[in-house]
Design a protein around this ligand. Structure first.
Ligand SMILES: [Zn+2]
Length: 102
C-alpha cells in the first residue's frame, strides 16, 4: 500500500477517501540565448549585459548553479490544495504579515 502525506502540512493522506491533489510545477529560464536577435546584439545591449554580468559576479549567489529547468511534483491534502489555488505564491499571507501591527 502506497503511503501519501501532504507535502505542505505533512498530513497523512493514506486512509481511503482522503482527498489527495497533485501539484506539478515547472520552472525554467525564459531567456533563451539561441533566440537573440540582431537588435539584442546592438552595442547598448552588450554594454548593458556586461554591466548585469558584472553585478552578478559581485553577488554572493552563484547563478551558474541554477538549474536550467526544474520540475517539481507535490502531493497536497484538500485544505492545502484549496489554499494553493487561491493564492499560489503566498502573496496573501505576506501581505497580512506586512500589515500586522507588530
Ligand atoms: Zn496539507
Amino acid at each position: 500500500m502506497m503511503h501519501f502525506s501532504c507535502d505542505f502540512c505533512g498530513k497523512d493522506m493514506t486512509p481511503e477517501g482522503t482527498g489527495r491533489y497533485v501539484l506539478k510545477m515547472e520552472a525554467y529560464a525564459a531567456n533563451d540565448p539561441t533566440e537573440l536577435t540582431d537588435a539584442d546584439l546592438e552595442e547598448d545591449h552588450v554594454e548593458e549585459m556586461a554591466r548585469i554580468l558584472c553585478e552578478l559576479e559581485e553577488n554572493d549567489e552563484e547563478p551558474e548553479l541554477l538549474p536550467v529547468c526544474k520540475k517539481m511534483r507535490f502531493d497536497l491534502c484538500a485544505s492545502c490544495y484549496r489554499k494553493f489555488v487561491r493564492d499560489p505564491l503566498g502573496r496573501e499571507n505576506s501581505a497580512k504579515f506586512d500589515f500586522s501591527p507588530n
